[in-house]
Each structure stands twice: as C-alpha cells, then as structure tokens.
Ligand binder design. Structure first.
Ligand SMILES: [Fe+2]
Length: 381
C-alpha cells in the first residue's frame, strides 16, 4: 500500500466542491469533484478524482523527431504545439532534441489556480532525457510527482539524468511504481541468445533523488492524475511481453505474488504495470498507456472502471502492437478502439506500424503523430 508522506498527502487530499456523477455517464457538472466508489469487493479502493480544467502532455523522449516542419494545430479539445518551449533565438541551436527507443512524457494539469506536474517514465538513456529537458525548458525541480510505468530499461534507464548536476538543490521526488517486481532483473527475449536487460537499482534511485512508493492499487497523484494499479486482463488482449524476470535478483522475492516467489526465471506478465490517467472537464479520460504490456484496451477499460467515466478523449503512449503480439492483434485493436471511440489516439514508442497504418485507414481524423518536443494541450479552451 502506498505510504504517503505529509507533503504528498496534502496534494492527494485537496478538498474541492463535490458534484454528483452518473456512474458510466459523462461528467454531470463542468466543475468539481468526481466521487468514485468502486465497490468491487471489500478491498476495492475509492478515489476522489477531480476533473481537471486542462492537461498538457509533452513528449520528452520518443522514437522520432521532426525538426521545425510541422505546424501547430488547433482541433476540438486539443491544441498541438510542435517543439513547444524550444528557444527561438536568432540562430538555430547546435544541440537538437534527441530521439531514442524510450518513452518519457511530462503531464502538466491545471485545476483552478492549482497546477501539477507529473513525469511519466524516464526514457532509455540519462543523456537524452537530460538534454531534452534542458532544451524544452523543463526544470525537473518543478515536478510534483513521477511514475514509472514498469520495469523495462527503455522506461527507467534515463532516471539518473533527471537531476544530473543539481546536487544539493533537489528534494526527494515521489516516484510511484506498481509492485516489487519492478525491481527484478529482466532478460530480453528478442535475440539469440537472450540478453540481460538489467535491474532497476533502488539505492541508485534514492541517490538520484527519488522517493519510491509501491502500490498495486489506483492512486491519486498530486490531486489531479490517477494511476490504474494492476490492469486486469479483461478483454481479448493477453499479457504479451518480450522479457522474462528473475524473482529474487534485484527484488525481494517474498514481496512478489506467491506463484512467482520460488521461480528462477519466468515470463513477465506485467502485473506491476501502470497507466497514468486524467479526467478532463467535459471531455473525458486521458490515458497515458506507456507500453501497454497488459494491453492498451485493458488499460483504457481499467481507467474507465476506476473513474466511472466511459468517454475517452485521448489515449497516448506505446500500445505495444509489435512482437510478441501479431499483426492480427494490431488490427483487432483498431477495431476495438472504433467501438470505444476515443476522440484522439496518439501512438508512440512501441506501437508499431501495422496499428498506425490500420488506424489511419479506419479513422484518420483520430490519429495524431507525436514527435519529441510536441505538446498536446487537452482541454475545452
Ligand atoms: Fe517500452
């Protein structure tokens, strides 16, 4: 269970005027708090999720950059700002934004006068996230919380770059992870022979400025965002993960699920993986799916279940519709999204070209391409 220190607790328990919401309905009011009581058994959590006025998601690390060639756009409930924050001085910078196979997204939400900043994942390498944050004018000391979606190197590998060079001027940044198994050593099963991916080092995390909180249940972050906790395999999607994990290597085997404790090496099932989500006033859910190893549809379904809100405004992140998933699964995911009918899909990172091509064929108006530096402003204004 999440242990919440005083300052974090204050952010989590901001009191706002309550309004009623019809379960499975859309927001009943344009202001106030969603009172959510899951009622799915005695251990089900209750969260009070306030609809935010606006959330902006800026791509800090992803697979591709696009330079200055894409124009900004204004669409219903979405503004797209390309290379937002990059200096527009008299000369082009000799340091470009960099891309790599990793993911990091900065979520900045506002509710009345209160702004919260949550960083989701840290990319693959410290150098890239450090340089991109600097070029985008993002001060990591301004963050209120962070989330690590799961224990893969392309999501945690850059964490030491976050506060690099700021010794002595940082406070501990809350970092939410979904389970002890995030720390287990992993083996990448995508080459022959398989390669050691490594393990997330909790001592190094502490030295780098993070204060880790482990929670497999939904949590409210900074009073605005919420994490999904463990994502049930509730749709056709299976856990399809190209890694195996070693219980007891890097992690405390006794803190894992009982069926995993005695194993030497087992296929990953993504039990600890999290999505990070928002409810945006009058527009619906925004889901940051990160890598979707438990399935992007399952991630969206979990966010709907926790929030009680069906309407999905945007889903952004890696949808992992590459191996070990199949092209048929990628196409079926598009068909499932057609039923959910999100306003926008922003496929990043490990999504794969088959899904993107099929989504562009079926509902081109929904598909927005991200690039490093792009800021997506999701709100009514
Ligand atoms: Fe990934």
């Amino acid at each position: 269970m999440l242990s919440v220190p005083h300052s974090f607790e204050n952010m989590n328990t901001m009191v706002r005027p309550a309004v009623s919401i019809n379960r499975r309905g859309f927001l009943a009011s344009s202001a106030g708090l969603c009172l959510v009581h899951l009622g799915r058994g005695k251990n089900s959590p209750s969260l009070e999720i306030p609809p935010v006025d606006e959330v902006s998601l800026q791509v800090v690390v992803d697979n591709a950059t696009f330079g200055p060639f894409l124009p900004d756009q204004s669409l219903p409930g979405l503004k797209i700002l390309r290379n937002a924050g990059v200096s527009s001085g008299a000369s082009l910078s000799r340091r470009p934004l960099m891309a790599e196979f990793g993911l990091s997204v900065l979520a900045e939400s506002s509710l009345g006068p209160v702004t919260r900043r949550v960083l989701v994942d840290f990319g693959y390498s410290p150098e890239v996230i450090h340089s991109n944050l600097s070029l985008l004018g993002i001060d990591p000391r301004s963050l209120d919380a962070s989330v690590l979606s799961h224990g893969h190197l392309d999501h945690y590998g850059g964490f030491t770059g976050l506060f690099d060079g700021m010794n002595g001027s940082i406070r501990k940044l809350p970092l939410v992870v979904g389970g002890e198994e995030v720390f287990c050593q992993r083996v990448a099963m995508v080459s022959t022979p398989p390669q050691i991916m490594g393990a997330l080092d909790r001592e190094q995390l502490a030295k780098a400025g993070f204060d880790v909180r482990i929670s497999s249940t939904p949590q409210l972050l900074g009073g605005h965002a919420f994490t999904t906790g463990t994502i049930p395999l509730a749709s056709f999607e299976r856990a399809a993960i190209p890694t195996q994990m070693r219980p007891g290597v890097g992690c405390d085997a006794s803190a894992l699920s009982p069926s995993k404790r005695g194993a030497k090496q087992i296929p990953d099932d993504g039990e600890h993986e999290l999505a990070t989500c928002f409810v945006v006033k009058n527009l619906g859910l925004v889901v940051i799916a990160s890598c979707s190893h438990r399935g992007v549809i399952n991630s969206v379904r979990r966010a709907q279940e926790i929030s009680g809100i069906d309407k999905v405004h945007a889903v952004i992140g890696g949808f992992h519709l590459v191996r070990p998933r199949t092209e048929a699964e990628a196409r079926r995911t598009v068909a499932e999204f057609a039923k959910i009918d999100p306003t926008y899909l922003i496929p990043m990172h490990c999504t794969g070209e088959v899904f993107i091509a099929e989504a562009l064929r079926v509902f081109p108006q929904k598909v927005i391409r991200p690039y490093v530096g792009t800021k997506f402003v999701l709100g009514e204004a």
